[in-house]
Design a protein around this ligand. Structure first.
Ligand code: SF4
Length: 176
């Protein structure tokens, strides 16, 4: 990572204008290991504003047989190609390099959480995942939820047992 950073800074110092594609090969085996490898190696550089594209690959043939990433993403993951494609677009989205899908902001949940956060998030995703670029917050409680929704376009916040409040931006639009 340090070597790549130094090289890219040297490019900038010499005023090279060529686009740089960050190519990363993973030799790990499980989807989680690949995700972490790709995200740290390319994501960290993109967050620094370095790199114009990414190219993800595998140096281990065994990786081709071990794709089971259900629950990690709401997009289809039927083979290594879909897994790699989803991972690439997720890294670009997370680093704000390229927005290509709906953004979900969800609290980590705690003792105050008033509903099943994972189940509710999955239901909301199922009907909103086509809204490219829209930010939707799903927060477990009204105490801290609204303050932690950041710049979400819409918010779904638990406001009491069996009750939720819907937000559009920072404005309450419905209580139910
Ligand atoms: S928003 Fe509320 S429920 Fe969610 S983590 Fe914060 S305090 Fe807990």
């Amino acid at each position: 990572m340090q070597s790549v950073r130094r090289m890219l800074i040297e490019f900038m110092n010499r005023e090279f204008m060529n686009p740089v594609v960050l190519m990363t090969d993973s030799s790990w085996h499980t989807p989680d290991e690949h995700l972490i490898h790709f995200a740290t190696e390319t994501g960290a550089l993109l967050l620094d504003g370095m790199g114009d594209g990414i190219c993800l690959g595998y140096s281990s043939k065994a990786a081709m047989d071990t794709v089971k990433a259900k629950g990690r993403t709401y997009l289809p993951v039927n083979d290594i190609y879909q897994f790699t494609n989803n991972t690439a677009f997720s890294i670009l989205q997370a680093t704000r390099t390229r927005i290509s899908k709906t953004e979900y902001i969800s609290c980590p949940s705690c003792g105050r959480t008033l509903f099943d956060l994972q189940e509710t998030t999955a239901k909301i995703r199922a009907v909103t995942h086509h809204l490219k670029g829209v930010k939707i917050a799903i927060m477990g409680c009204i105490v801290n939820g609204p303050g932690e929704m950041a710049d979400a376009d819409f918010g779904y916040v638990g406001s009491g047992p069996g009750k939720i409040t819907l937000y559009k931006g920072k404005e309450v639009i419905k209580k139910m």
